[in-house]
Design a protein around this ligand. Sequence first.
Ligand code: NAD
Ligand code: GLY
Length: 359
Amino acid sequence: MNTVQVSTLSRSYEVRIGSGILPSLGNAVCTSTEAKKCMVVSGENVFPHYGDTVMRSLREAGLEAENIIFPSGETTKCLRYYGQLLEAMAEKKLTRSDCVIALGGGVTGDLAGFATATYQRGIAFIQVPTTLLAAVDSSVGGKTAINLPQGKNQVGAFHQPSLVLCDTDTLSTLPEREFLAGMAEVIKTAVLFDADLFDDLQHRAIDLAGIIESCVMWKAAIVKEDEFDTGRRRLLNLGHTFGHAVESCSHYEMLHGEAVAVGLSMICRAAVSFRMLDAIACDAVISLLQEYGLPTQCAYSAQQLYDAMLLDKKFSHGKLHLIVPRSIDWCEDIAVTPDEARIWLERGLSGTACGQTSK
Ligand code: NAD
Ligand code: GLY
């Protein structure tokens, strides 16, 4: 097992990554929280695989353990299930010293995380990511949120987990499409910070635990520097500004990671057209995304995407922060007006600079 330490202003915690570590969850809850009672929040596709192991481990460690299972999919990150979860926590009389365990992907983690951020003004939670995306990104760093009909992640809070326990064996049951969607966040991390990782991915020199550890180390470093997303953490939005618009236009039929892959391709194409990125690097990113079976174009118009982007939460003081790749492992944060953002969008869609062969 490998451990990455995450240190933030509000909390320090471990991310444990390894094979076969799920049965250690109960003892880990006892050492990282003060809980006597815990509630496992999970999804209908996940709990049947890992629920027994988790519940047994918690009970063997002397904890009183409950569970609640939600339907799968992005639409579960909503006010209705948020309310149901809060009521279940109250029903089971969870106190401020108890704890919630999010067993699942980013949807479960974001929903459970937000409920624990607000229930009794904040109780402990533990992330047990079971998707690649959650392992490399969403389980670490304390961003929690639910969606509104008006837009994604419109209601949320920063609430750091007390522990992240990532058993890589759980990824064995993940559908391939979901695994590949997680690769989009891995490729994003490589483009942001890590040319060696980018090279390894190109050569398929892949050790899953190693990839997860690298991504978590990069994320831990950024979150330590800027827990509340006012500066350097914005870099992690690479591919997300356009990606969220794509995801919303698809009415969430496109997976989050797939939309990020399209968003990353678009920002690379636009950066080439502004002469901020060379076409070879742009092609390398787009080819890598395609090698992992990810989409790099979408069918939506600039107007559709622009309208969706205006609903996203990213504009502040009339400006939007675009994360622009300058080379592999160097990206820049630039502030643009809505009109400028629209031009970036159009250039990202045009595909004239590179990536013509993309899917
Ligand atoms: P997800 O949580 O929807 O999981 C994907 C699918 O796989 C679901 O159907 C789920 O039931 C199933 N599944 C999960 N683990 C499984 C397993 N081990 N075996 C079989 N099936 C399994 O999707 P995701 O990609 O993990 O997360 C996407 C969400 O994460 C989005 O809502 C996105 O906004 C959010 N996100 C949050 C952050 C953050 O920092 N909080 C960062 C990135 C993404
Ligand atoms: N996934 C973006 C962030 O954690 O800031």
